[in-house]
Structures are given as structure tokens and as C-alpha cells.
Design a protein. Structure first.
Length: 493
């Protein structure tokens, strides 16, 4: 059904889920819903996908998610490893600096150990291609002007091409960025990290642009420290998989930053040994002040917030895009279970319960990295994030050692009986993994079973792994799963 079709308040839905915003969160959610057979529509205010590099780092945990969503090969082909930093002083190289703390081999049980660089515009293209390949839809040029909801659904009003329209959906997900129109329509506030609640992490504005530039190699992330003449820092990073560099330049508070191609050229000439003419093309440019803010709620009735609509990060920690994609990954399977009638609607309460604390932690980490109070290390890779405090994390074993894998933890990869666990987990199903000599489990609909005599990373026991790769229930006998199975929409066969 077309997005411009108008329905009367209270009638049946045009779509099951309306996703507002075709950024990383909205597109990832669209892909997840499409592969689960959910009738969803993604709408985007812009006339096309956003062009800028913006969030260019994909963390190892997000690589795991993208693997499951079926786009890993394309992401691999589109990007590359991060280069080492090269410090310049007075027009000469003055030493190298690693940009990330190295990971240990096999850290956290993942095939991915370091961030992978892909410009955000390319990540969005890949997710869009995957979405349309699954039969999903994106309607561009549709701006939200208001919404109403009742106990049966949500009616969202749009302006488009000089006209208006309304779409009725059972659920709506706002993934429309830090200035979310949906969040404002709901009246949900944002709480900032600063003492005044403004969310300003740094009063100094930043200019960022994607450019072609001559005179710098593509093997380094070029770093130009502030100079004594008042010029601020500049970093020029080759964007893997493209012919472009990302230029980032800082300015003193109160500066009216020239966010034009000439402004970019002027910044490069003033802060480096290069001339303005070395910048041969400016593909995209923007100016902003780094902010950190968290939505007071991630849900209002049948409407959910995800991505930048729910949390706005400083780009310094490389956490914004990644946290956004994982919002979508957490919400997708829950919406599908409720819409499919296998789970009670109360399952959706766990989205805010699980994701808001994680977003708060990642906002704090991004802010500390921006201020030089933390390094880009194991925490930024996001492999250790989990939901131990969630109502969906049920641990029934007693006396576990501190290092033991528990309910709520991310289920790690491991080699068992000649296979990789991630190959077993991949897909839209739950997985029941038995390690050791526990009794044979009863079949559960929508659950794949796997068994191994031993696995060091898992120790011993029975682990019910959620569709998003976290241990939901852990125990010693799968016959004790009854209550949990009912909670999440699984029932014994």
C-alpha cells in the first residue's frame, strides 16, 4: 500500500510497522523485520540516503550483527582496517600513534577483533540494497508532521511533494535522528550530559567534510596538532573503500564556522603544509558542536525511539552508529514475535529496559573519550555489553565462578564438534545449546538445538540463546524451561 494512502482513525493498519528514518538504525530494523516476514515501511524525510561519512567505524559487535543480517560480505568489500595515526609538525612527519588499543587474540569469543572502517553513506547503501532485495520498501521525501495513537495503532501524518498523507501502523519506530520529529510530537525530552542539561560535550565547534585531497598518503590517519598561532587541531583520515578523505577540524567556541567547500579548503591550508588547491573536491561538509543526550523514555505507547532519536553521541568514541544498529537488532525480533502472535505484547517492555541503560553507558564512554579521559579499547568494541539485569535474563544455576557465562551475556562464538556456534546461531530463530551431559531437551517451535560434550567458553549447562545472540535462560536441565518459554513466546511441542 502506498505511503500517501489516507486511512481513517481507528481502522485497520496500512502496515504492521512504520519506521521513520532511513539511517543506520532505521535501515537495519527494516532489514530485520523484512527477513522475518513483517510488513514494514521505512519513510525518510530526505529525497535520498544521507551523503556524509559521519559514523565511519563499525565495531566488532556490530560486525556480528551485520553478519547475521546478511550484509557482512558487502561491508567487508566496502571498507578496510583503520590506519595508524601520523603526527605532523611544521610540515614534517613527527611520529606515529596507534588510534586504538590492540585486542587480544580471541578476545570475547568473536571472529571480529578490531573496528572496520566504512563511510556511513556506504553502510546505508548496503543496508538499503539488502532491504529492497528482501522486498522491503523505503519512501523518500516524506516528512512527519504529527501523529495520533490509540489502543490499536498509530496514525502518522506526512507532508510530501506539496501534498499530505496519513499512514496507519500497529507500531511506529522513530529512527529519525537527533532532532527527531516523532520524539518531539510525543513530548519526550532529552537529558544532556552537561551540568546545565544542554548536552554540550565541548563548546568548540567542529567542521567535518568528505574530500579528495592531494599530497597525503592513504596509509595513515594524518594528525595536525594545534599550532601556536591559534589554529586548532585537524585530522585527515582516508576513507577506506573510497578515493576520499574525511577532514575534521576544531574551532574555538563562538566561532562562526564556514561550512562551505571554501571553508574546508581554508581550514586545510591554515592547519597543514598543504595549500587550499590540494583539496580538489568537497563531496559533503557539515559543522556541529559535539553533544551527548539521552531520551527520557525509549517508548510511548505503540511508538519506540531508536538510534539518534534516543541517544546522541560525540563522534569521538565511534559508538553512535553502533549503538543505533544494536537498538534495531534488539527491537526487531521482539516486534516480530508480538506481531506474529507468539509472544504477549509485554515483551516489548523489555526494549527500553535493556537498551536505555546500554545507551547511557555508551554515551558516558563517548564523552570520556572525547575529553581524553579514556582510550579507544575493549569497551568501545562493545563485545562485553549484555543484559544481566533484564527480566529476560533468567539464570537458574548456583555457585558459578565470577568468569562464568551467565544469562544476559552475549553468547560468544566457539568451535564445537567441527562447526562454529555463530553459524548455528545465524538466522531468525532461537538456539538451545546443551554443553555436557544434560538430558535431551524437548523440541520447541522456532528453536534450533545444538549439543556438544564440552566447550570452554560456555562451561557446562543448557543455554537458550535469543535471536539477537544473547543468553536468555541458562540452567542444567532444559525440562525446566517451561515458564521462560511462555514468557518469550515459545511453548513446548
Amino acid at each position: 500500500m502506498g505511503v500517501d494512502a489516507t486511512t481513517e482513525h481507528g481502522t485497520g493498519p496500512d502496515v504492521e510497522v512504520l519506521v521513520v528514518g532511513a539511517g543506520p538504525a532505521g535501515l537495519a530494523l527494516g532489514v530485520d523485520l523484512a527477513r522475518r516476514g513483517v510488513d514494514a515501511l521505512v519513510v525518510e524525510r530526505g529525497e535520498r540516503l544521507a551523503r556524509g561519512s559521519r559514523g565511519k567505524g563499525i565495531q566488532p559487535r556490530t560486525m556480528e550483527v551485520l553478519d547475521d543480517l546478511g550484509v557482512l560480505d558487502a561491508i567487508r568489500a566496502a571498507g578496510g582496517d583503520y590506519p595508524v595515526g601520523l603526527i605532523w609538525r611544521d610540515g614534517r612527519p613527527a611520529g606515529e600513534r596507534p588510534m586504538f588499543d590492540p585486542a587480544e587474540d580471541g578476545e570475547e569469543g568473536s571472529p571480529f577483533t578490531e573496528p572496520w572502517m566504512v563511510p556511513q553513506w556506504r553502510t546505508q547503501e548496503i543496508l538499503h540494497e539488502r532491504l529492497t532485495g528482501l522486498g522491503g520498501r523505503v519512501a523518500f521525501g516524506h516528512e512527519v508532521t504529527g501523529l495520533d495513537q490509540d489502543e490499536d495503532g498509530v496514525s502518522v501524518r506526512f507532508s510530501s511533494g506539496g501534498g499530505t498523507g496519513t499512514v496507519r501502523a500497529r507500531y511506529v519506530v522513530a529512527a529519525d535522528g537527533g532532532r527527531s520529529a516523532v520524539r518531539r510530537a510525543l513530548g519526550i525530552g532529552m537529558t544532556g550530559a552537561g551540568e546545565d542539561g544542554s548536552g554540550v560535550v565541548d563548546p568548540d565547534p567542529i567542521l567535518v567534510g568528505d574530500v579528495r585531497i592531494d599530497g597525503l598518503d592513504r596509509d595513515h590517519w594524518h594528525l595536525f596538532p594545534p599550532r601556536g598561532d591559534g589554529e586548532g587541531f585537524m585530522a585527515v583520515c582516508p576513507l577506506a573503500g573510497t578515493e576520499y578523505f574525511q577532514v575534521v577540524a576544531g574551532f574555538p567556541a563562538g566561532t562562526a564556522v564556514d561550512a562551505s567547500p571554501d571553508g574546508v579548503r581554508g581550514a586545510v591550508a591554515a592547519r597543514s603544509h598543504l595549500t587550499a588547491d590540494a583539496v580538489t573536491e568537497v563531496r559533503w561538509v557539515s559543522a556541529f558542536r559535539p553533544r551527548a543526550a539521552l531520551a527520557d523514555r525509549f517508548r510511548a505507547g505503540r511508538v519506540f525511539l531508536a538510534g539518534d532519536a534516543a541517544h546522541v553521541h560525540s563522534p569521538a568514541g565511534g559508538q553512535g552508529l553502533n549503538t543505533s544498529v544494536q537498538d534495531a537488532y534488539n527491537l526487531g525480533w521482539k516486534l516480530a514475535a508480538v506481531l506474529g502472535g507468539t509472544a504477549d505484547a509485554s515483551l516489548l517492555d523489555t526494549y527500553e529496559e535493556e537498551r536505555r541503560p546500554v545507551a547511557a553507558d555508551m554515551l558516558g564512554l563517548s564523552t570520556r573519550i572525547h575529553r581524553g579521559e579514556a582510550r579507544r579499547g575493549s569497551l568501545t568494541r562493545q563485545l562485553g555489553l549484555g543484559y544481566r539485569g533484564s527480566s529476560l535474563a533468567v539464570e537458574t544455576r548456583a555457585g558459578l565462578p565470577d568468569e562464568a557465562l551467565r544469562a544476559g551475556d552475549r553468547a560468544p562464538d566457539a568451535a564445537v564438534d567441527g562447526a562454529r556456534l555463530f553459524d548455528v546461531f545465524r538466522g531468525t530463530h532461537w538456539t538451545l545449546l546443551t554443553v555436557g551431559t544434560a538430558p535431551e531437551p524437548r523440541p520447541l517451535p522456532g528453536v534450533r538445538t545444538a549439543r556438544t560434550g564440552s566447550c570452554e567458553r560456555y562451561g557446562g549447562g543448557v543455554f537458550l540463546v535469543r535471536p539477537d545472540g544473547y543468553v536468555g535462560w541458562a540452567g542444567t536441565d532444559a525440562r525446566d524451561l517451561g515458564a521462560y518459554a511462555a514468557l518469550v513466546g515459545l511453548s513446548a511441542g
